[in-house]
Every structure is written in structure tokens, then in C-alpha cells.
Design a protein around this ligand. Structure first.
Ligand SMILES: [Zn+2]
Length: 682
């Protein structure tokens, strides 16, 4: 694949393979039954993925299996005990127009890794359950100890495991997290089955492990849960909560809130239920009886590949998870359908003679919903292979809940992403995806982590890219088309929801296949790996400016860092064009020289790794990209956390680590420039 024409023909072959009908057929198949991790149905679907990938021509298709700590409910009782006894429903309503919602075998709604226990205690309403919410309650004299906190899932999204940790730290006995219609229900628009938002009975399930400490099997931090691996005793697993937590619908939260008698809560604490939300006072007592079965179970990733013709050890990895809380219409089955169609296209193109220089690996992960488990264990098991050869990990968790393109990525992928967006038509308008995305509102200037448009968002955690970005320290992205979506992790996230609201006709899922294919082919087939460290340096300078604005306005601590970033930018500019979308040909470089330049390019992101990890979170090794406990992106994690804690020694150490990393990166860029100067980019 030596020139632009052959890459264009390759893309063309992939495009011709994509079929909206097949996407729809796969989506129906994947969503036809509940398929939580380790369930027989989810393992049947693993076999389906395995068989399809073998049939379509992927090579070395295999199941990567791990024995990991999962978490299932045996008994969940939530009832109001006083002033009157009221049983809660703990179940979602069914609708005849969507028979999938009428089935009885969808299981108890629960929070994975909740503690077990049987308690009766007064309830305190704590808004979103963030630290400042409890600060306010304490400042008003409301005691928290031993009580049950009732909190909202919040907008912008804040990870429920952080709510659990916060409640645990504040001495609460248990946590009830409910979906207020203000966030994802009737206050936003028409509810299911008439619209995309959540009805009163919808319940957001989900895990609450502290996976901002480390994701993956709680019993094997940093190593793979292969059969026979060493395992921590459960009591030593730092990511397993000690608090009881149960998710509730708005319908079940309503009678609890109605029985509260304290003074009215602040305006920002008022939700959209028809009552005044109250603080303290005589509060109802709630009885919780939760018995969890937290035990080790087998999970199954499926992995296959198209081997590169020239440098098969250099790897572009694409992935999505398969396991769902119930049907997983959008999350993750729309993404799984998208991945299946991508794999078929690559397999067929390979049969027709199209093969990239470097390998493209396809991964269908298991147990993402628990604690990013399948991808994390695989990443840990294949650490050496990936550290050496992983060019980038391209994640699609969910394909399309609407028409707004959305991407979070490291800046080295920016140019490749933008080129792909310019080359794919938006299905509704016929403009390019890039034109529509650029015109979108977007949170310009801010570090946007929610669904922004018109800019590449900083990448946090919350899906399977985490191990590759934060632990292996390779470039990564996560992308989707998004829109109104109020049924996350509920029974209503199903085929009916997808075909009526999320992506009728699978048009946007198909557009995402086209984008995914372009990015993967660009990285795998261009003679020089098109990682863009000039844009990276420009972004990094922006992150430093934001940090300096808060913590070093005179720039006394960061003057050297700013100088080093500028040196990085100049060195990067010398090896590639800054303009987005240009394609290197590099045909006149001797293969050995080119190979050496690529090897150096692929290693750059690893230069930002801190081998011992960020203080207190050794598993997270990236100096530039980290994650807050809310899952929000945390830029310059070591530096920012030290500064926020007022830890001057830690701050100085972090500055040194960044300086050393930048020296490594610039030296590498200069070496690449020396190898390819003047000849690399056409
Ligand atoms: Zn997901």
C-alpha cells in the first residue's frame, strides 16, 4: 500500500462492504435477550462474534478468557418502614408496543459491588451526593452518620462509584441513587415509549467500584486474571466499596421524598418531581436488605486481526464491549453491531487483496459494565506486545443515540480524526460530518467532557480505552453520535428505543463505521504513522496555561516547562505538516529508515509514562491524561492533584516528571526529523 491511490481504493472497498440492513440484523440479534457478563446468553453471543469473525476472514480469532470478581444480587429489599410501611416497586413498567419490556427475566436492579447488609435508618436527601452537597448539609447541622443518603444521578454525569465513595467517607450507612426527571426524564422531553427520555419507572443500574483507583478485576490490580493467577483477598481490594447502594426509579424515590418534613432545600437542589425537596427534619426511616453474591466468574473477550503485510507487530486496535446490563440497545449493542460490520469489511477486503502495512486488531470486550474488566485484563496480559507496538486504541462503546458527532481523543490523533470527518457525509444533511460538527454549539475554550461538538474533547475514563491510554500510555479515542438519551442502563435501552429514537435505519451507525474505517486505515496503511505531535504540543501548552492560571499566575514554577513545550512543538513541526488532513507518502525513504522513524513515532506517547504511576494511583501512569473520580478528564493528573492538595513537594516532583518527559519526547522527535527530513510528507 504505497500511495494515496491504493489507500483510497482500500477505503472504497471497505465502504462498499458496509450494510445498514446487516447492522440492523445484528442489532436485533444482539439485543434479543438480556446479556449481562458471564451469563449463558452473553457467552452465546461471544460464540456468535467468534464464528462471524472467523467466517469473514479475520485471522487468529480467539477467545481471551479471565476469571474475575463480578457482582450479582441475591436479594434486594427497599421499603419505607416509618412513619408508615410502604413497599417500593423496584421494577420497570412494561409496554405492549415493546414486548421486550414485558419480559419477567430482566433481574433485580442493583449497583454492582454494593456491600451486603440489613439496616433500617432515617433518610437524608443530599442532592447529587457530591462532597459539597454533604458540606452544605453539615454546615446546616444535619447529621449524616449512620443515615441513608438519597441522591440523584446528576447532569453533567458524575460517576456513581464516586457518589458511593463520598457517602462511605462521610459515614453514611447506605446510598440510594435515583433518576430525577429533571436530569433524564419528563422535564427533558417526551418519555419512552413516546420519546427518548426515561419514564418514571426507569432505573439506572450500574457498578460502583472505585475504578478511578484501578479498573479491572478488583482482585488482580495491575496483572491479568488468567486461570491460576494470584488473587488478593476480597478485604484487600481497594476498589470494592464498603457501603450498601441501590439504584431507584423516580417513582420509588417519590414517596420517600414526600415524607420528608425539614425546611426546603436550596433552589439548585430542587428536582422535577411534584413536591418541595427538603433538608433534615423528621425523615422517614427506610429498611434496606441487600444480599450480594460477589464471586469469581469466567468472562470472555473475543479478539481477531488482519495481519499487517510489512510490520505486523505494529498494531491499530479497535474495540467495543459486548456485555449489557439488560438488552443494551445503545450501550453497547449498537457499538457491537458497528464493530461487527467493521470487522466484516476488513475481512472481505483482505480476501480481495487489501491488506494494511500494519496489523489491525479487533476486540469485543466482556464485563465492561462491571469495572472495564475484560479490556483491562487483556491489556495487562498483553502489556509487552502493546507497549512495543500499539499505535492507537479506537473505542466505540455505543454508536449512535442521535446525530451529533462526538469524540474524545489524545491530540496526536486530531489530524487523522479531522481528515476522516471531512471524508464522510452526514446522513441527514448531506454535508460532511466535519461541517456539521464544526457548526455545532460546542463548549469552546472550556475543557469539555460532556457531549460537546465542534471540538475534540479531552479524554477521561468510563469505557474500555482506559487501560490503553492510562496504563499502557498509547494514543486513544472514544467516539459516537449522540442525542437525547434518558434510558441509560435501564430496561428501555433496547431495540425498540434504538429503532424509534437512537438511530432509525442505522444511518449514523453506518456513518460511524465509515469514520472508524478511515481512522484505522490511515494509522495502519500510511507509510509513516500519521501521529501528530505538533497539535499535541499546542494542546499541551493550553493545558499548562489553564493550570498556570490557577496555580502559578507568575509562571515561576512553569517557565522551563513552557520552554520545553515550545521546543517539542518546533521539533514536531519539522517532521510533519501542521495542517490537518495532509497525507504523507514517504515513498522515497528507504524502508529501514522509515521503519526506524515509525518505531520512534509509536513510542512517543509512552515517553509521557510515569513508571511508578501517579501518587496514590500507581495503575494510572500517564502524565498528561488522567481521570477524576467522576470519570471527567483530568489533565496533567500528577501536577493538578498535587496543586489542588496544596502539596508543594508533590507539585515540584510533577513539574520535574513533565520536564523529563518533554526532554525525552523532543529528543525522539529530533531523531525522527533527522531520519526523514524533507522527504517524508507530500
Ligand atoms: Zn458501554
Amino acid at each position: 500500500m504505497d500511495n494515496k491511490n491504493s489507500i483510497a481504493r482500500y477505503i472504497d472497498a471497505l465502504d462498499r462492504s458496509f450494510s445498514a440492513e446487516r447492522l440492523d440484523r445484528d442489532l436485533r440479534h444482539l439485543t434479543s435477550e438480556p446479556h449481562v457478563a458471564s451469563s449463558p446468553r452473553n457467552n452465546e453471543l461471544a460464540q456468535y462474534v467468534f464464528d462471524e469473525w472467523k467466517a469473514c476472514g479475520l485471522e487468529d480469532v480467539r477467545k481471551a478468557e479471565y476469571d474475575v470478581l463480578l457482582s450479582f444480587p441475591e436479594r434486594i429489599v427497599v421499603e419505607i418502614a416509618a412513619p408508615e410501611k410502604i413497599a417500593l416497586v423496584l421494577k420497570e413498567d412494561g409496554y405492549p408496543q415493546d414486548p421486550d419490556t414485558l419480559r419477567g427475566d430482566v433481574g433485580l436492579p442493583y449497583n454492582a459491588y454494593s456491600a451486603s447488609g440489613d439496616i433500617t435508618a432515617p433518610v437524608v436527601y443530599a442532592n447529587s451526593g457530591n462532597p459539597r452537597d454533604y458540606d452544605l448539609l453539615e454546615s446546616l447541622g444535619v447529621s449524616l452518620k449512620g443515615k441513608i443518603a438519597l441522591v440523584r444521578y446528576s447532569e453533567p454525569y458524575s460517576y456513581r462509584g464516586f457518589k458511593a465513595l463520598t457517602a462511605q467517607r462521610r459515614g453514611l450507612a447506605a446510598l440510594l441513587v435515583y433518576s430525577d426527571p429533571k436530569e433524564d426524564g419528563a422535564a427533558r422531553g417526551p418519555v419512552f415509549p413516546d420519546g427518548p427520555w426515561g419514564p418514571m419507572s426507569h432505573i439506572q443500574r450500574g457498578g460502583i467500584p472505585f475504578d478511578f483507583i484501578y479498573p479491572g478485576d478488583p482482585l488482580t490490580p495491575g496483572w491479568a486474571s488468567v486461570p491460576g493467577a494470584k488473587r488478593l483477598p476480597l478485604g484487600e481490594a481497594a476498589t470494592v466499596p464498603a457501603i450498601i447502594s441501590v439504584p431507584l426509579s423516580a417513582r420509588d424515590a417519590l414517596p420517600i421524598l414526600r415524607l420528608m418534613t425539614g425546611e426546603a432545600a436550596p433552589k439548585e437542589w430542587q428536582g422535577a418531581l411534584p413536591l418541595a425537596y427538603r433538608l433534615g427534619g423528621e425523615s422517614p426511616r427506610v429498611h434496606l436488605d441487600v444480599k450480594m453474591d460477589n464471586s469469581v466468574r469466567r468472562i470472555v473477550n473475543v479478539v481477531g486481526r488482519i495481519s499487517g503485510s510489512e510490520d505486523p507487530d505494529e498494531i491499530v486496535l479497535v474495540g467495543n464491549h459486548r456485555d449489557a446490563w439488560i438488552y443494551g440497545g445503545l450501550d453497547p449493542s449498537s457499538g457491537t453491531a458497528c464493530l461487527m460490520e467493521l470487522a466484516r469489511a476488513f475481512g472481505r477486503a483482505a480476501k480481495a487483496g487489501f491488506r494494511p502495512r500494519r496489523s489491525v486488531y479487533f476486540a469485543n470486550w466482556d464485563a465492561e459494565e462491571f469495572t472495564l474488566t475484560g479490556s483491562t485484563e487483556w491489556g495487562e496480559e498483553n502489556r509487552d506486545l502493546l507497549a512495543k507496538g500499539l499505535i492507537a486504541y479506537l473505542n466505540v462503546d455505543s454508536s449512535a443515540s442521535g446525530e451529533e458527532f462526538n469524540v474524545a481523543a489524545v491530540p496526536s490523533l486530531s489530524r487523522t480524526i479531522l481528515a476522516a470527518l471531512r471524508d464522510v457525509a452526514d446522513p441527514a444533511t448531506g454535508k460532511t460530518v466535519h461541517e456539521r460538527w464544526k457548526a455545532g454549539s460546542g463548549a469552546k475554550g472550556a475543557i469539555a467532557t460532556a457531549s460537546g461538538s465542534g471540538r475534540i474533547n479531552a479524554i477521561g475514563s468510563g469505557s474500555d480505552h482506559t487501560v490503553f491510554l492510562n496504563h499502557i500510555c498509547a494514543p486513544a479515542l472514544d467516539m459516537s453520535f449522540s442525542g437525547a438519551y434518558g434510558v441509560y442502563h435501564s430496561v428501555y435501552d433496547d431495540y425498540y428505543w434504538m429503532t424509534h429514537f437512537g438511530d432509525p435505519g442505522m444511518r449514523y451507525t453506518l456513518a460511524l463505521d465509515r469514520i472508524w474505517a478511515r481512522i484505522a486505515v490511515s494509522l495502519a496503511a500510511q507509510p509513516l504513522v500519521p501521529l501528530d505531535y505538533e497539535t499535541y504540543a499546542v494542546e499541551l501548552k493550553g493545558y499548562l496555561e489553564e493550570w498556570a492560571k490557577r496555580f502559578d499566575p507568575q509562571r515561576t514554577k512553569t517557565v522551563k516547562l513552557f520552554g520545553l513545550v515550545e521546543e517539542m512543538r518546533k521539533a514536531a513541526a519539522a517532521i510533519g505538516p501542521g495542517a490537518a488532513g495532509e497525507t504523507p507518502s514517504a515513498t522515497d525513504i528507504a524502508p529501514e529508515t522509515r521503519r526506524e522513524a515509525n518505531r520512534l513515532l509509536i513510542g512517543i506517547e509512552r515517553d509521557f509514562a510515569l513508571p511508578d504511576g501517579i501518587p496514590g494511583r500507581a495503575w494510572f501512569k500517564h502524565l498528561v491524561f488522567g481521570t477524576r473520580s467522576t470519570y471527567e478528564a483530568l489533565l496533567l493528573p500528577e501536577l493538578t492533584e498535587a496543586a489542588e492538595a496544596g502539596n508543594e513537594g508533590g507539585e515540584a516532583a510533577a513539574v520535574t516528571h513533565l520536564e523529563e518527559a518533554l526532554v525525552r519526547v523532543t529528543a525522539r522527535l529530533l531523531k525522527i526529523a533527522g531520519l526523514i527530513r524533507g522527504r517524508a510528507w507530500s
